[in-house]
Write a protein that binds this ligand. Structure first.
Ligand code: ATP
Length: 352
């Protein structure tokens, strides 16, 4: 089990991880999801003891990663975003080297390496130089290194980045295979990646945890929002009131975008928001009864992607704000330089 409490990492004034707290139970696949720069790698690097936290504690099966690093690290296998593979070694040589670093006793080494290779499908390439392997196979070598010695917890940073679709499918099934015997934690900025394999998702934005739930619950949360876009020819207020009275409808908004055709036909467009229910038939019933011709109807449910965008939305606003600050700072510097240059020219003229 992993317990993270009040975790903070600062680089100078920059807060990369901002008071993260969570608890990860054994035997599940967890996904760290967040945009680039959200703090996923920094968090993983702290959890695996690669870098120290500025504040907060990380307990790995009860061992503090800072105070008892050897005991804590023994429970973890880590595949960093850029695995440090020695490409002039063969797969076997590299795994033997990794086994020594992990202090796996000499008597057990061969068996451990063989198990890791079997698990990751590397037995046939054991004698091949790593530099002659495809990117997918190199990633497998990184995996094999992580599972060597069968640690209880496997941490994988962006495990499918740069792989082709077939390799991605292979790595995904490998992760699911691993989860039968290990707790797996992986990170990605790709939502479909995380939702395809993880039991629970932790969404991180600006170093903060903005959501943490099971993939099903997050999906269910999305289900609580649906929208029907409709273009009809009808008296605006009367139509709006009729739709608003329908069961499950939470809001009826007038859609602002209208094309020339709509104007010509004198159409009114609405966005009918519901609590997740599909109200197409009920809306059709009203329109038919009132004889309001329907020109267009489009039903949509919020997706996991929408929730991710919503939860990390301040990210974009923050970036825009930073761009704005940077732009005005650059303008101020330019202005100051121009003034300095003008003053210099004035001085030169008065000297003449
Ligand atoms: N060694 C470092 N020195 C200074 N700033 C750093 C350092 N490492 C990371 N950062 C900053 O900390 C923030 C979090 O970075 P981190 O790599 O953890 O994000 P991430 O979510 O893993 O992103 P990505 O998906 O792009 O790897 C970023 O703003 C990054 O620029």
């Amino acid at each position: 089990m992993i317990e993270v409490t009040g975790l903070v990492k600062k680089y100078g004034n920059h807060v990369a991880v901002d008071h993260l707290s969570f608890r990860l139970e054994p035997g599940k696949i967890y996904g760290f999801l967040g945009p680039n720069g959200a703090g996923k790698s920094t968090t993983m690097n702290m959890m695996t003891g690669y870098i120290g936290p500025t504040e907060g504690t990380i307990l790995i099966n009860g061992h503090d990663i800072v105070k008892e690093p050897a005991e804590a690290k023994r429970c973890i296998g880590y595949l960093p975003e850029l695995p440090p593979l020695y490409t002039d070694m063969t797969v076997w040589e590299y795994l033997e080297f990794a086994a020594q670093l992990k202090n796996i006793p000499a008597k057990k080494r061969q068996e451990s390496i063989l198990n890791a290779m079997k698990m990751t499908g590397l037995v046939d390439v054991a004698k091949r130089l790593i530099k002659n392997l495809s990117k997918g196979y190199r990633q497998r070598v990184g995996f094999a290194q992580a599972v060597l010695g069968m640690p209880e917890i496997i941490i994988l940073d962006e495990p499918t980045v740069g792989l082709d679709p077939i390799q991605i499918i292979e790595i995904r099934s490998l992760i699911k295979e691993l989860a039968k015997e290990h707790t797996v934690i992986l990170s990605s900025h790709i939502l479909s990646e995380i939702s395809a394999v993880c039991d629970e998702i932790l969404i991180i934005s600006h170093g903060r945890l903005v959501a943490s739930d099971t993939t099903e619950n997050l999906m269910h949360y999305m289900d609580s929002d649906a929208m029907l876009e409709i273009s009809i020819r009808a008296p605006k207020e009367q139509a709006k009131n009729s739709f608003a009275q329908l069961h499950h409808v939470v809001a009826v908004l007038e859609a602002t975008k209208q094309n020339e055709d709509d104007k010509h036909l004198n159409l009114t467009s609405f966005e009918i928001r519901t609590d997740g229910a599909d109200v197409r038939e009920a809306v059709f019933g009203i329109c038919a009864e009132k004889n309001w011709p329907i020109y267009e109807m489009k039903y949509s449910k919020a997706t996991l992607e929408d929730v991710f965008m919503e939860l990390t939305a301040d990210n974009k606003a923050h970036e825009e704000e930073m761009d704005e600050i940077k732009k005005s700072a650059e303008e101020a510097v330019k202005e100051a330089e121009q003034t300095k240059q003008a003053n210099k020219e004035d001085d030169n003229e008065s000297n003449i």
